[in-house]
Design a protein. Structure first.
Length: 560
């Protein structure tokens, strides 16, 4: 039977407000609507948002428009209560397991979806927390903490079914809490994109985004206590939307043109500034990646768009806090030296290198393999190699299956380069080993592993002439690799050795734009100066549609 405190539903956060739309019209300006505050009508403490843009200047009495009762006024029915009991939703882990799961969530999940407020992140009393939120946290944590005591208590599937039952019964009345829980359910994802499922991250994303629109999460929140968490929740959804689109090649659920929520700032992380630095950088790079994939999917890559993405990626590396960089510049050696291994910082850079791969592939022509794509794929393999050495692969989210898959396809394409293939093969072994470990938790990795392995087993087509070496990095792409520890990029050294054997001089400094002192810019504290940096000025280019550019992995010959 459930504890007494579950018999009645908790009220939502103090000071809940309701968002409606107020229309402002002047003779000289179009209709503009923005959310304003109203008293909550008392329907469970949930705030709602109704846009009135399409009504123009018609005056609407919002009080009258909402002057009727909600269809569901009562609590749970007897049947619903018994249904929850059958799903064992009221079973909660004992204190040691509770603390272990919460610690795992905060360490490995929370940095990428900072959805909890301090009161939720540090609660140790199960009876004082949301039952739905608790079961969702336990689910996410169990995916990165499959310790024997946890597995003996409950499996990830059991935690998931409990949270799912609570959601569909409507046990939780605070919609902010419901959205938090649905976002955490992304950690379940039992099937890959090859199967239609009601349990995948994509499915729960669409539900979470739909609820977010209902409560106006896509509108800039007014000042007040809920402001920070609402903004963090919105950008968590946006990030998840971009990454799921990359993983599954499907349209995003969020169109940021419909939102006026400004980018997250450290003010949104007063309780966790270091998490704020990481999440801000994560949002930025994932939005770049999501926009890039959307552009490729719509076959709208142009020269100016390519330059826009190049500049955005370049600026992203220059805006990173020093502690999140992979290397630091040494004045003594006048070179970049690797920083101590940081699991979160390494994860952060994988979508960055993946963006380079996709951007480089979108501009590749003929049979030439983009050197930028190869180098970026090798950097990804180097990061995964570090994860394997430290037994960290099992702590990665399912998106890292896609990142490994994309890199593996690029590296596999080097089979026709005899001088580079041995190094590429070693990187591929790393990718395959990572996918094999990921497949223990994420079934999508099984398909990715099989595709790459099959491509490797397939013989090189007869008549394929061996190629001597890769083309050089372009002057636009080279700065994207400046400032990174080259020792983790096996293909960089292999390419240098190949060129040395052919008496071809290759040095990164020789192809960097001469007007840029990149080391100085990296150490600069002037954000304005960095934001004004461009690899190429937009007005020096003209738009050329790449109508023949397929979706970013559609032409990679994965079947051999």
């Amino acid at each position: 039977m459930p504890p007494d405190n579950w018999d009645t539903h908790r009220a939502s956060f103090d000071g809940t407000v309701q968002l409606t739309a107020e229309t402002h019209i002047t003779d000289a300006s179009p209709v503009v609507t923005r959310p304003v505050l109203q008293e909550d009508p008392g329907t469970g403490g949930s705030s709602t948002y109704i846009g009135r843009h399409h009504f123009g200047d018609s005056a609407i009495d919002e009080t009258s428009a909402r002057d009727y009762g909600q269809s569901r006024q009562q609590g749970l029915s007897e049947l619903e209560q018994k249904t929850l009991e059958l799903w064992n939703v009221f079973a909660l882990p004992p204190r040691p397991l509770h603390e272990s799961l919460l610690e795992s969530f905060m360490q490995y999940c929370f940095p990428w979806m900072p959805l909890l407020e301090p009161s939720e992140a540090h609660v140790r009393d199960n009876q004082q927390s949301s039952l739905l939120l608790s079961q969702a946290i336990f689910l996410a944590a169990s995916r990165v903490n499959p310790s024997p005591p946890v597995c003996e208590y409950a499996s990830s599937a059991e935690f998931y079914q409990r949270a799912k039952a609570l959601f569909w019964i409507g046990h939780e009345k605070n919609e902010l809490t419901v959205i938090k829980a649905t976002t955490m359910l992304h950690w379940y994802t039992p099937d890959g994109p090859a199967f239609v499922s009601h349990d995948t991250s994509e499915y729960w994303l669409k539900i979470g985004v739909g609820l977010a629109y209902q409560i106006g999460l896509h509108k800039e929140p007014p000042p007040g206590p809920p402001r920070a968490i609402r903004r963090r929740m919105w950008w968590s959804l946006v990030v998840r939307d971009s990454l799921i689109s990359v993983s599954r090649g499907r349209p995003r659920a969020v169109n940021l043109e419909d939102s006026d929520v400004s980018m997250p700032t450290l003010d949104d992380f007063a309780d966790a500034p270091q998490t704020g630095e990481l999440f801000i950088a994560y949002v930025e790079v994932c939005c770049i990646l999501g926009d890039l994939v959307q552009t490729c999917a719509r076959r709208r890559m142009t020269t100016s768009k390519r330059t826009e993405v190049l500049n955005a990626l370049f600026k992203w590396t220059r805006m990173l806090p020093a502690r999140l960089m992979l290397a630091q510049y040494s004045v003594d050696t006048r070179s970049y030296e690797a920083r101590p291994h940081d699991f979160l910082a390494r994860q952060l850079h994988v979508p960055y290198f993946t963006s380079i791969i996709i951007l480089a592939r979108s501009g590749a022509t003929g049979e030439n393999i983009s050197p930028a794509a190869v180098m970026a794929a090798s950097f990804v393999a180097g990061v995964y190699e570090d994860f394997l050495a430290r037994n960290l692969v099992g702590l990665l989210s399912p998106t890292f299956t896609t990142f490994a898959f994309i890199s593996g396809l690029v590296l596999r394409s080097l089979r026709s380069y005899p001088g580079l293939w041995p190094a590429a093969r070693k990187d591929l072994e790393t990718i395959l080993a990572s996918l094999q470990q990921l497949s223990n938790r994420w079934r999508s990795a099984i398909g990715a592993y099989k595709v790459i392995q099959r491509a490797l087993d397939h013989p090189v087509p007869t008549g394929t002439s061996p190629k001597r070496s890769l083309l050089s990095l372009s002057r636009e792409e080279a700065p994207l690799f400046e400032g990174f520890p080259l020792h983790i990029c096996r293909m960089w050294h292999a390419s240098e050795a190949e060129r040395a054997a052919q008496n071809v001089d290759f040095n990164l400094s020789d192809i960097l734009p001469p007007q840029m002192d990149l080391a100085a810019e990296r150490g600069s504290n002037s954000q304005a100066a960095i934001m004004n940096l461009n690899l190429l000025p937009d007005d020096s280019l003209f738009d050329v549609p790449f109508d023949d550019v397929p979706y970013f992995w559609g032409d990679w010959g994965v079947n051999g």
